[in-house]
Design a protein. Structure first.
Length: 364
């Protein structure tokens, strides 16, 4: 079986990491897995470094005839039995090219929980692909609300590779980041800084938290919201105790600098970073938004707070700071959940089963 994964993203985010992990694991399992990515993007480079057959196609906008021609040429040359299209910008040119090239099985992988808003999107999901893979029940519900037949939807949890999860020694991680070793607890997050991630809620909560629990805030990640968030930290009077570390390719290894991990999103389908925090052994506080409750069980593997409510977030963080046994128990339970349900080996097996059942149903 030859599988071609298609993505046109320019950044290294959760979906790109999943494509790399999945395609690499598929090759380990004997599937001839290829990746088509934006030329010289982090995903393109990482796949080349991992000896995954990789080709480059740049998609400028959703209706892009040049990208369509390039995808059609590649599909005709590579002759995949399965095409998996991951990025929304590539859905039209890559999906149409796969159809014109006669690819037997065409799958759309939906990562986000954005509502289906227009007739083109409804047609795309209903008629343009043989199946849709999603990463949470929340995304599946959004698709069904948009008119997609539930029978076409397959839910597959995101995953990590425990065998390659590296953590820096705590003191080294803090030294690399410039986090002071002054005995203060470090509250941290790893995030693409965009509005839906609501890092402003974390900053507002951090201001309140410091009245009773002096601590330090570490924000790893970059994005269009960074300047605004830095200005907000200044206005709140917490900039001296807040570190904006920017984009780090070794972000997961640097999690060892943290004591508590926070995910404050108001919309998040299935954040891989929650799994990485679990492998890092960190107690997690996350918002009750999107697909997050499918990965964090409140009071069992972490604590959930009301999205956009800094006071509720403070209460959850204070609960962990004031009860080390609770923090340790939640962190242990979450790590066990990740290791039992969210490994890349499990992901690849589930996805391979989907491929084979769909091919069989089409008479392949």
């Amino acid at each position: 079986m030859r599988v071609l994964h298609v993505d046109s993203g320019k950044y290294w985010r959760g979906s790109q990491k999943q494509i790399w992990l999945l395609s690499r694991e598929e090759r380990r399992k004997g599937i001839d897995s290829w990746v088509v990515a934006r030329p010289n993007s982090p995903l393109f480079r990482r796949c080349v470094e991992s000896s995954i057959p990789t080709a480059g196609v740049k998609v400028r906008f959703e209706v892009d005839p040049i990208a369509l021609a390039n995808y059609l040429r590649l599909f005709s040359q590579i002759c995949p039995s399965v095409a998996v299209i991951h990025c929304s910008r590539a859905h039209l040119p890559a999906g149409l090219a796969a159809k014109l090239a006669g690819v037997p099985l065409r799958i759309l992988w939906r990562w986000l929980d954005n509502p289906i808003r227009n007739p083109w999107q409804r047609w795309k999901y209903q008629h343009g692909y043989d199946a849709v893979i999603t990463v949470s029940q929340r995304v599946a519900q959004v698709l069904q609300d948009g008119g997609v037949d539930a029978g076409k939807i397959h839910i597959v949890h995101v995953a990590v590779d425990p065998n390659e999860h590296v953590l820096y020694e705590r003191q080294h991680a803090r030294a690399v980041l410039g986090v002071p070793e002054d005995g203060l607890m470090v509250i941290g997050t790893v995030s693409f800084l965009v509005p839906r991630k609501r890092v402003d809620t974390l900053l507002e909560a951090f201001q309140i938290l410091n009245r009773n629990f002096p601590s330090y805030l570490l924000i790893i990640g970059d994005g269009p919201e960074r300047a605004r968030l830095e200005q907000l930290a200044e206005r709140l009077g917490v900039s001296a105790k807040t570190k904006f570390a920017g984009y780090r390719f070794d972000a997961t290894a640097l999690m060892s600098a943290m004591d508590i991990f926070v995910l404050p999103s108001v919309r998040d389908a299935a954040p891989v970073v929650l799994l990485e925090a679990g492998l890092a052994g960190l107690p997690v506080v996350a918002s009750r938004a999107g697909g997050i409750p499918e990965y964090i069980k409140d009071g069992e593997t972490g604590l959930l707070f009301q999205p956009g409510d800094p006071k509720d977030l403070v209460g959850k963080i204070e609960a962990l700071l004031g009860d080390k046994d609770l923090a340790r128990r939640l962190a242990t339970n979450h790590r066990n959940f990740v290791l039992s349900r969210c490994t890349v080996s499990h992901l690849a097996s589930v996805v391979e089963d989907i491929y084979r059942r769909l091919v069989s149903s089409k008479g392949g």
